[in-house]
Design a protein around this ligand. Structure first.
Ligand code: ADP
Ligand code: ZN
Ligand code: ZN
Length: 660
């Protein structure tokens, strides 16, 4: 028998070490690129690895080569295309190749049988509405054979028929024999879209949702690999689906925060989609009523083709949005909001109260003049630290003694407000003891299933008031809801993050847009301590263009994205001194590596300074373009790795979305 020309396997692991390990092929020569294998690995013993190649080169003398213990997969779970994408993810988001593969590929086991029952839910629908002229134009642009542009944006209020255009575009691409990825924010909350896709495309569709077991996910993955499923609907991870002949990627609700991963690799589905589309010759179409600042800027420059849908096709009207001034921080409910809640309950209808994602620190307010405390250099809100009596900028470390009179008008009617979700819930229960109240946010809802149950029960009329965070806004399809209240818009505005205004604006517009769709006589009440704040005013007027005119000017003036790019380095340690020393050392080296035109913010304590006993400090690298900044960051991360200190961990976030 001829010797195997490539008797060694190159294996990577889901660990933060960017190294390729060599193992010997097992006796029958099985085991090839794209399969997973169980191997023994150092002190950890048995580990799952990803086989990324074969090689004839033995490792250097002295390194013992162990055989793989077992090949897990009969068929490869990834191919060259996925490997190429994983390499890009690892390079761009500065993680190990094994970590990128682990994020992409479902962790389940494939069932032995090779055929899977295909479940067909009902008829493939024939009855689709005739498109409006605007929809028709958008569809033609997106699917034109010789598209000049490959990036499109369907910009239009909720109910303007974006989903219908997405479905038609998907249908055309399928007829060309190509595949489609259809990304949605939170599948649990967007079941409607998933159902519509299933209904229209039958067994050609693959719906990936959070309730699928790892094995079921891998089954879907295999159907996509084989080309059986050619329309994939799912949340951000669906951007990695092994679709063949990719023709189109759809990103619904492009502005949504859930498209950015919160753990390594911290990828953004939009960024990955853009890379895939460029590489695989596909088109990208995004959609939202409230685009991200990044997308808005690119549309203005013509890099993304804007397709506007101006008309509501479903009937209904845009509801009245009322701005109400909250007096002081003693109560979460104004008279107006209390009365509207009462009136709504008397009508037998329901109320949704929006709280902020999470209460964050305390912020300053002046009863008289709407003054805010912001950092002079970064313009983000200063956070009040009660124990130190100081107001602190968490970007650059700037701090002042917390004022007891308003620095602008001299009034002593000032205070520090902090409305956490618990507090609001407590007050709601006290104020409306006879109403049935439920809460849906990530803290109070243990699993995704129970969130769904809460929502279903609310939809069925089991509660009068739903207290929810932003995540509820996406699933606002509740026919019984008449009133939507934003309890305190300012909480969001005072988050120490340069995107604070964008988030609050987007939330209010989304909420308002939805309410007019499903309940024509809908009411929206927005409570604020600062009724003259331009962000809140433009949100209540649903003035997207007006908001971005001002917002983009401010971002440009302060050199924040989308006019610059950021890479965040967070250092954490159980020891505060170690964290501080490591962040200082990192900052020193960063200073030497930074390219021309780039700068560094920090080192400073993270806005959330301690999590689970870990002290956290951060530096932000900022530059006019990603290329040079990224090279510096890569160098910095590598350098840190080589000097690795016990008990100090580094987290790198390229294009960070949250700066908490
Ligand atoms: P969006 O995705 O922009 O929120 P949808 O595509 O869900 O909007 O459309 C909103 C409603 O309008 C849906 O009930 C949809 O069936 C309906 N609709 C969409 N396009 C048309 C059309 N061309 N004619 C009539 N109704 C339409
Ligand atoms: Zn004042
Ligand atoms: Zn600052």
């Amino acid at each position: 028998m001829r010797p195997n020309p490539a008797p060694y396997l190159e294996v990577v692991f889901d660990i933060p070490l960017n190294r390729v390990y060599t193992y010997a092929m097992d006796s029958n020569g099985a085991g090839r690129l794209g399969k997973r294998a169980r191997v023994s690995f150092g002190r950890r013993g048995d580990m799952l690895g990803y086989i990324i190649g074969e090689t004839a080169h033995a490792p250097p003398a002295g390194v013992a080569v162990k055989p793989v213990r077992r090949i897990v997969d009969e068929e490869p779970v990834f191919g060259e295309r996925e490997l190429d994408l994983a390499r890009w993810v690892a390079g761009y988001y500065l993680c190990a190749l094994g970590q990128a593969l682990a994020a992409m590929i479902p962790s389940g086991k494939r069932p032995g049988a090779s055929s899977f029952p295909v479940e067909i839910d009902g008829e493939i629908a024939g009855g689709t509405p005739e498109l409006s002229a605007e929809q028709e134009a958008a569809l033609e642009a997106v699917t034109a054979p010789q598209a000049g542009s490959r990036l499109f944006y369907l910009y239009g209020i909720t109910g303007s028929g974006k989903t219908e255009v997405f479905l038609r575009a998907a249908d055309r691409i399928l007829h060309e024999g190509k595949s489609v990825l259809y990304l949605v924010p939170e599948i649990a909350l967007t079941r409607q879209t998933a159902e519509a896709v299933k209904e229209r495309f039958g067994p050609t569709a693959s719906v990936i949702h959070s309730a699928l077991s790892p094995n079921a996910r891998l089954t879907e993955w295999a159907r996509i690999q084989r080309g059986e499923a050619r329309v994939v609907v799912g949340p951000r991870s669906a951007v990695f689906a092994p679709a063949r002949d990719l023709g189109l990627v759809i990103i619904d609700e492009e502005h949504d925060g859930s498209y950015k991963s919160g753990s390594t690799p911290r990828y953004h589905a939009r960024q990955v989609a853009m890379r895939r589309c460029a590489r695989e010759g596909a088109r990208l179409v995004m959609g939202s009523a409230t685009p991200s600042a990044e997308a808005w800027k690119l549309m203005g420059e013509g890099a993304i083709t804007r397709l506007t849908l101006t008309r509501r096709l479903s009937g209904g009207s845009v509801p009245e949005v009322r701005l109400v001034k909250l007096h002081g921080a003693d109560s979460c409910f104004t008279k107006e909001l209390r009365e509207e809640i009462r009136k709504t309950a008397l009508m037998g209808k329901q109320t949704i109260l929006f709280l902020n994602r999470r209460g964050f620190g305390s912020f300053f307010y002046c009863e008289k003049c709407d003054c805010t405390l912001t950092c002079r250099r970064c313009s983000v809100s200063l956070t009040y630290h009660k124990n130190r009596e100081r107001a602190v900028c968490h970007y650059c470390g700037y701090q002042i003694k917390a004022p007891k009179v308003c620095p602008k008008c001299g009034s002593v009617a000032v205070g520090y407000a902090n409305f956490g979700t618990e507090l609001i819930e407590e007050e709601a229960r006290e104020t409306f003891p006879d109403l049935r109240i439920c809460r849906a946010d990530t803290d109070s809802v243990a699993g995704k299933g129970s969130l769904e149950r809460t929502m279903d029960s609310f939809r069925a009329g089991g509660f009068d008031i739903l207290l929810g965070t932003q995540m509820v806004a996406k699933g606002l399809n509740f026919p019984g809801v008449r009133l939507v209240g934003v309890v305190l818009a300012d909480t969001g505005l005072c988050m120490p993050d340069f995107r604070a205004a964008e988030r609050v604006f987007s939330l209010i517009v989304q909420v308002a847009g939805r309410s007019g769709r499903y309940f024509p006589d809908g009411k929206v009440v927005v409570q604020t301590l600062r009724p003259k704040d331009p962000v809140i005013i433009s949100a209540c007027n649903l003035d997207v263009a007006g908001f971005f005119d001002a917002e983009l000017k401010a971002r440009k003036a302060l050199s924040f994205p989308p006019y610059t790019r950021l890479i965040k380095f967070t250092v954490r340690s159980k020891s505060a001194e170690q964290a501080e020393a490591a962040a200082d050392a990192l900052a020193d080296r960063a200073g030497a590596l930074l390219p021309a035109g780039a700068d560094m913010l920090g080192p400073s304590e993270c806005p959330i300074g301690v999590i689970a006993g870990n002290h956290r400090r951060q530096i932000l690298l900022r530059g006019p373009e990603m290329g040079a900044l990224h090279r510096a960051a890569t160098e910095l991360a590598r350098d840190h790795e080589s000097r690795k200190e016990n008990g100090v961990y580094l987290e790198v976030d390229v294009d960070p979305v949250s700066l908490l």
